[in-house]
Ligand binder design. Structure first.
Ligand code: F3S
Length: 295
């Protein structure tokens, strides 16, 4: 008997849902609608929006008129300012309010006279668009630290203000703080988003109770990749983007499968995968129950 359970909080978070709603609403009213870079990190959802005429832009200079939607992760402040200056373009900021909070914290710390000689440590991934945008608000005072190793190697002058990328795990954030605290006077601003934490906790809880976890979401999505990493520490885990990646052999000799999805994974992909598992598991007796039922 194969049981399939869906984790609580799987799929779109508040910020992503808001960005998609804003994008679709704009496309419903206007003809020329662009997103600067993919509006969210999910290639299938971006393709769905493109079919509605919403174009993904690489270079905003090419746009002479219309609406440009800024993505959930935020964009560097200089670029934002430049876009706002163009009166022929309607700029719609779909950056998540939690990302905005992290940006505003960095902006405040970088201009606050009391923090004049302090370095701002941004705990996050160097090449992630959110982190690149966050650093732009720091007036050159930010240093990105990704992991414990980098925290151990870090040498700087003055005290530290520590801020986080919204999708970091508390474990990584706290371990870096622990290392830096040994050598520096630090002030911590925990800007990790609760939606991420809730999803991670629910996924971990489910992973502990199943033989196999399937994590659904873009391979380019940082939070989905981290979900897969968390689950893989508890049980056998596959990270997939679409239903066609599912292999029948995964379900042999197992009793239970858990499903979860990153914050940028739309419900329609989760549904497709649920259906595919139903098909693949047809040989087994299948029972869908909510993860909430797990004691
Ligand atoms: Fe915002 Fe948190 Fe989602 S930062 S985009 S609500 S994961």
């Amino acid at each position: 008997k194969l049981r399939v359970k869906i984790a609580e909080n799987a799929g779109f978070c508040f910020g992503v849902r808001r960005a998609i709603d804003l994008t679709e609403k704009t496309a419903g009213k206007e003809r020329k609608v662009y997103t600067l870079g993919p509006v969210i990190h999910n290639p299938q959802e971006v393709k769905r929006l493109e079919k509605k005429g919403i174009k993904t832009l690489k270079d905003p200079k090419k746009v002479k008129s219309g609406s440009i939607i800024l993505r959930t992760h935020g964009i560097p402040c200089n670029l934002h300012k430049k876009l706002e200056e163009n009166k022929n373009i309607n700029v719609i900021d779909a950056a998540c309010p939690f990302v905005k909070r992290a940006q505003n914290t960095i902006k405040r710390l970088s201009t606050d006279i009391k923090s004049k000689d302090k370095t701002i440590i941004v705990v996050g991934e160097k090449i992630h668009p959110e982190v690149i945008a966050l650093v732009s608000y720091g007036s050159g005072k930010c240093i990105i630290v990704e992991n414990i190793k980098e925290a151990q190697k870090f040498r700087g002058r003055g005290d530290l203000n520590i801020v986080s990328q919204t999708t970091q795990t508390p474990e990584n954030f706290n371990s870096i703080i622990k290392v830096l605290k040994k050598r520096y006077k630090t002030k911590v601003y925990n800007t990790i988003c609760k939606a991420t934490l809730d999803r991670q906790k629910a996924a971990e809880k489910l992973a502990k109770n199943v033989d196999l976890m399937i994590v659904i979401g873009g391979k380019n999505s940082g939070n989905t990749t981290r979900l897969a990493q968390i689950c893989s520490e508890k049980t056998k885990t596959y990270h997939i983007e679409t239903a066609c990646s599912i292999k029948e052999k995964w379900f042999k000799n197992i009793n239970s499968v858990g499903l979860t999805a990153g914050a940028s994974t739309p419900d329609w992909i989760i549904k497709e995968i649920e259906m595919r598992i139903k098909e693949v598991g047809a040989k087994h007796y299948l029972e869908f129950i909510s993860a909430a039922d797990i004691k």
